[in-house]
Design a protein around this ligand. Structure first.
Ligand code: ARG
Length: 594
């Protein structure tokens, strides 16, 4: 892909061209240009440290006596409007000072566009199927599904923001042997169900039924038999079984939708049952490719390096999780013509997916050079005791309770602030603000770490107003917003400045300059984030932006004697826009004021 026009990739491009022009043998020496931002911008904002390595690797004899000479040679050919000045320091470090005119011009472009979003996709966009959330019917959504839901929404937003169309697929567990026992249990204990009447039953009841049915299934041989017959009946289209199954799905679906609505998540249900009728054809095809091996009555696909095979058909003739996923991957790659498929589940399913992907490759469905398939396997959410997150009674934590609690705590602390006279939110807005912050804090807490890591769930940590938390970031953004509001009250509307577009920006103060540089990294960040589908990199950047923006508004007065400094006001607004873009990518809705 062409490099983005972010500062870092532009600099890397400039130095790479100079490297190849000055040292034609460079490609054979295995040198790739490294440009990094300096910690202390006193001697330059960026740095290139390749000269030392280059000196060592250049074939001898040559014209250079020391790495410094190599650095000087490398820099001598460089002329680019982005670079104000290049200094060779110490043994051969190249310090880069950026051109103020270039920075302000770039910022001005952002102002005119109003939106930091890149105007074009960096690669030819192809449809990406994102399989996420995917809870199971008749069971509560748990913290694991929360992770999949939150990460999935963000991954979709990252793709869509960079102009890649997505198919957001909710692969709900709506099929399988558990329905046989549930149906039987309901018929026995809840006879009204036979007439299709399930009034008064909610998801909590379903979870209880599920548990009770499972116990009976394990203890009672006769019950087990009938339950298994129900599975066959259900799969064969038996009217009563289908009807009860449909009712169960409706109740669950209703509950899932409530959660999605609260979290601002969009995902379209296309559950396991959808693929059921495709499975026999898929098995036939795999069999004709000689991939299927009979194994104790079942049909399996063995994948080298994995101890257990994929089971595409069980010994009783039924289809399971593996069968469904083989049919689904075939459908996504061939029927939907996806250019990329992303699966988001907990890490314990990694082996399952690696085997599915491998089988799809062997079957010739997946062209590995042109199509991408990824599994994002996230870690476990733990309680304060470091073990899997559970309620006090040892049950899995219900997602809705967790969301409620976060909002409740936030509401309490906002009311407290009002009581102390520190708050600025009118009574009527407290609830909706607490919801935004409460949900946003949970999302940030989850998204800000590498998904593979486990983490300890802690309300105190995630609702902290200081440190790297969602709450802190929302405060930082709200602070910019309140300055923009004050200026408007004083008669200067930043929107008018933006429309006019032509304002000269002054980057005289060191914090103004740092903020400008931070803002202009956005295209690079976006490119990295897209490549790795990594929301945590958005978080990292957003946190840095908040720090730099906060020191800017702390050290530079934007309102001087009641009069707004227009250049600073504009810079403040651009920063707020970029931060807003990041919040959007994380699906965090930021309150206007806190
Ligand atoms: N329902 C599964 C679970 O709760 C996740 C499904 C993930 N998607 C898939 N295509 N297998 O663990």
């Amino acid at each position: 892909p062409p490099p983005s026009d972010g500062l870092l990739s532009t600099l890397r491009g400039i130095f790479s061209s100079a490297l190849y022009a000055t040292f034609p043998e460079a490609p054979t020496l295995g040198i790739s240009i490294m440009v990094t931002q300096t910690k202390d911008p006193k001697n330059g904002e960026y740095q290139c440290n390749n000269a030392m390595e280059l000196f060592k690797k250049l074939p001898k004899p040559n014209a250079f006596k020391a790495p410094r000479d190599v650095a000087v040679a490398l820099t001598s050919g460089i002329k680019h409007p982005l670079i104000e000045k290049l200094d060779v320091a110490g043994p051969g470090f190249i310090n880069i000072t950026l051109s103020t005119t270039f920075l302000t011009d770039k910022l001005k472009n952002l102002v005119v566009a109003g939106d930091p979003r890149p105007s074009k996709p960096s690669t030819t966009p192809r449809k990406v199927v994102v399989d996420f959330s995917s809870p199971n019917i008749a069971k509560d959504m748990h913290v694991g599904h929360l992770r999949s839901t939150i990460i999935g929404e963000s991954v979709c937003r990252i793709l869509e923001y960079t102009h890649h169309p997505t198919d957001r697929v909710n692969h709900v567990g709506d099929w399988g042997t558990q329905f046989g026992m549930l149906i039987q249990y309901l018929l026995e204990t809840f006879p009204k169900i036979a007439e299709g009447d399930m009034t008064g039953v909610d998801i909590k009841d379903l979870t209880a039924f599920y548990k009770a049915a499972k116990i009976k299934f394990d203890e009672d041989e006769i019950f087990k038999k009938v339950a298994q017959q129900n599975v066959v009946k259900l799969q064969g289209g038996d009217e009563q079984c289908r009807k009860i199954w449909q009712l169960l799905c409706d109740i669950s679906r209703n509950e899932f939708e409530k959660v999605y609505k609260r979290l601002g998540v969009t995902v379209t249900e296309c559950g396991e049952s959808f693929y059921n009728e495709m499975i026999p054809g898929v098995i036939e095809e795999l069999t004709s490719l000689n991939m299927v091996v009979p194994d104790g009555g079942a049909k399996c696909i063995f994948v080298p390096e994995y101890r257990i095979p994929l089971m595409v058909q069980k010994s009783d003739g039924g289809f399971g999780y593996d069968s469904t996923d083989m049919a689904a991957i075939s459908y996504r790659l061939r029927k939907l013509q996806a250019g990329q498929v992303v699966y988001i589940t907990d890490f314990t399913q990694s082996d399952h997916f690696m085997m599915i992907f491998d089988a799809a490759k062997k079957a010739g469905w997946w062209n590995t050079t042109s199509h991408k398939i990824t599994h994002i396997g996230f870690g476990t959410v733990c309680g304060e005791d470091g073990k899997r997150f559970k309620t006090r009674s040892g049950d899995t934590v219900r997602l809705v309770d967790l969301l409620d609690e976060s909002v409740r705590r936030m509401e309490e602390s906002l009311l407290e602030r009002n009581k102390e006279g520190k708050g600025s939110i009118p009574e009527g807005e407290i609830r909706s603000t607490a919801e935004k912050i409460g949900y946003g804090a949970i999302k940030y807490f989850d998204l800000s770490r590498n998904p593979t890591s486990n983490y300890i769930f802690s309300y105190d940590a995630m609702l902290d107003t200081r440190g790297n938390t969602g709450v802190y970031l929302m405060f930082a953004k709200a602070r910019l917003g309140s300055i923009i509001n004050k200026a408007r009250e004083a008669g200067v509307d930043v929107a008018d400045l933006e429309k006019a577009g032509g304002l000269e920006l002054d980057l005289g103060h060191v914090t103004e300059r740092s903020l400008a540089i931070e803002i202009l990294k956005f295209p690079d960040v976006l490119e990295n984030v897209l490549e790795a589908l990594a929301p945590h990199k958005v978080c990292e950047y957003l946190y840095n932006m908040s720090l730099v923006a906060t020191s800017f508004v702390t050290e530079c007065r934007i309102m001087e004697n009641g009069v707004p400094n227009k250049s600073r006001l504009l810079l403040c607004s651009i920063a707020a826009n970029v931060m807003q873009a990041c919040f959007h990518l994380l699906s965090i809705e930021c309150p206007d004021r806190i």
